[in-house]
Design a binder for this molecule. Structure first.
Ligand code: HEM
Length: 497
């Protein structure tokens, strides 16, 4: 008898291990950061109060996170400079929203419990809390103890996140790859009871299903007509439709009724009733109680997919960047803030203020150079858009910019500037720490006015020439500069401005 119990226990443990659930625990932060879960809930609920779609946004981000490299917050990492694009820049993820709420929670948590609460746990908790807001209670349990990954690759998205036109076999296989079964697939698809979709993912179903200008015959006719009236052909990226008409803001089991009525928006929704076993599950979820309970169980399963625990991964300090990069950025930023200039980033860049002394300007430039070449920073087109399109306010281009380079920049950065677009700071070589930057400045191909400004001054031009000569000089300068000269200069040098 005892022997059987042991076997049974080992079996149960085996199943738990396979799902990853044993690695996580309830109240993981109770001792480590008592206020963690309350703080996540309070901020999320505060935001949800003014954004009725927040639940849908965060739920989808959490799902897209878990399906690529597991629930490791890899979806939250930004693409850095010209490094390979991160997951969030992959096509299926471009419509994900809600990252700023996670940022806010993280920055508050870092104040009270620095380095303790992972971004992946924050995302799992916030997704639950945002959906739960209208109910004023937790709609499912979230186990915690996840750690954050250090890798995020857009190339890994396709093949892991099912597309809207997936058939049942594809859906089943992709879920199985994550250790999730058909029960999970059907229950989790119920998430489509909230939120909106762009016309693109289902446009083909409406206008060109088999390539003959036809409509998917499995789609209810009146629903198809209503969708067509909302989504003209070709699909516009600006239009969205409710996923669960009339009830897309309430988290309920309506989705399953609509799927049964052939009103599932995507082929992947309709696919759930093309398989007998799945169709039975759909039927069972027509009872609200069953849906809430099954959805909760499957969220727990999904939240445990390939989690990093123990000493794997890290606890990110900032959900958008890995810790190694964060340390470099924050120390650089600290130094630069002391001289009233911020690290270049999407909206922070060198003040184009030339009252700053030439010495300091050069110092900063060098620091920037080091920064660019060692790490590579993504830049939106904003900081130099004016140079391209409206230099003197007359729709002109900065004449000091090389013409062919200006044309290439224009093709990458249409007017008006989009923060979503980045360009290489040092084309073709922006990932290597080398002297190319100075060559480009000399060729009038410096990206910013502040780059071009370096050769408007004789002394500075001489230094640029000098730096062109030997690579090693930059390395020595980099070492000296970051560890000795710059700190001394900041402490004892003349005050800025
Ligand atoms: C079964 C495979 C799935 C497919 C093919 C799929 C596909 C899609 C697509 C194409 C959209 C519309 C995106 C847009 O146009 O903006 C969408 C939205 C959404 N999906 Fe899924 N999805 C699936 C599973 C899931 C799962 C498992 C969850 C969560 C547990 C989920 C949650 C959502 C939510 C909440 C939205 C609305 C987002 C918003 O309003 O911003 N989906 N899904």
């Amino acid at each position: 008898m005892k022997f059987h119990i042991v076997i049974l226990l080992l079996f149960v443990l085996g199943v738990l291990r396979a799902s990853g659930a044993d690695k996580l625990s309830k109240n993981f932060y109770k001792q480590r950061c008592r206020q963690a879960e309350t703080l996540v809930r309070d901020i999320t609920w505060g935001r949800a109060q003014n954004d009725s779609r927040l639940g849908a946004k965060l739920l989808r981000v959490h799902y897209h996170d878990c399906f690529v490299r597991g629930c490791d917050a890899s979806i939250l990492l930004d693409t850095v400079g010209t490094n390979a694009a991160a997951e969030k820049d992959a096509r299926p993820n471009l419509s994900l929203l809600g990252y700023e709420v996670i940022d806010e929670i993280k920055s508050q948590l870092e104040k009270v419990c620095p380095g303790v609460v992972s971004c992946s746990d924050i995302l799992a908790l916030a997704a639950r809390d945002a959906v739960s807001f209208p109910f004023k209670k937790e709609m499912w349990d979230v186990l915690t103890g996840r750690r954050d990954g250090r890798t995020s690759l857009s190339s890994e998205v396709t093949g892991n996140i099912p597309g809207a036109s997936s058939n049942f076999t594809t859906l089943k296989d992709l879920f199985a790859k994550k250790g999730l079964n058909v029960n999970d697939l059907v229950a989790l698809s119920g998430a489509h009871t909230i939120g909106v979709a762009h016309c693109g993912p289902f446009s083909r179903r409406l206008y060109n299903f088999t390539g003959k200008g036809d409509t998917d015959p499995s789609l209810d006719e009146t629903y198809a007509a209503s969708l067509k009236s909302q989504c003209p052909n070709p699909a516009s990226a600006a239009i969205t439709v409710e996923m669960d008409p009339q009830s897309s803001e309430s988290f309920d089991n309506d989705y399953f009724t609509t799927v049964k009525q052939n009103k599932g928006l995507f082929q992947s929704d309709a696919a759930l009733i093309t398989d007998r076993a799945a169709a039975k599950i759909v039927d069972s979820l027509l009872k609200p109680k069953s849906f809430f309970s099954e959805f909760g169980k499957s969220m727990k399963n999904m939240g445990a997919v390939e989690v990093l625990t123990g000493s794997a991964g890290e606890i990110r300090k900032n959900c958008r960047i890995v810790n190694a990069l964060f340390s470099v950025l924050s120390s650089t930023n600290e130094i630069l803030e002391k001289v009233s200039v911020k690290v270049p980033g999407e909206e922070t860049y060198a003040k184009e203020d030339y009252t700053i002394s030439l010495g300091k300007k050069l110092m900063l430039k060098l620091l920037y150079t080091i920064y660019y070449f060692t790490i590579g920073v993504a830049h939106c087109c904003g900081p130099f858009s004016r140079r391209l399109y409206n230099f003197t306010g007359k729709g002109d281009t900065n004449p000091s910019l090389d013409e062919s380079y200006a044309a290439s920049l224009k093709s990458q950065c249409p007017n008006p500037a989009s923060v979503a677009i980045t360009v290489e700071m040092d084309p073709q070589s922006s990932e290597s720490f080398d002297t190319d930057y100075f060559t480009r400045v000399k060729q009038n191909k410096g990206l910013f006015q502040s780059d071009a400004a370096l050769i408007t001054d004789r002394a500075a031009t001489k230094i640029v020439d000098l730096l062109l000569i030997k690579k090693s000089i930059i390395y020595i300068l980099r070492l000296m500069f970051s560890s000795i000269i710059f700190p001394i200069y900041v402490m004892y040098g003349p005050q800025p401005y």
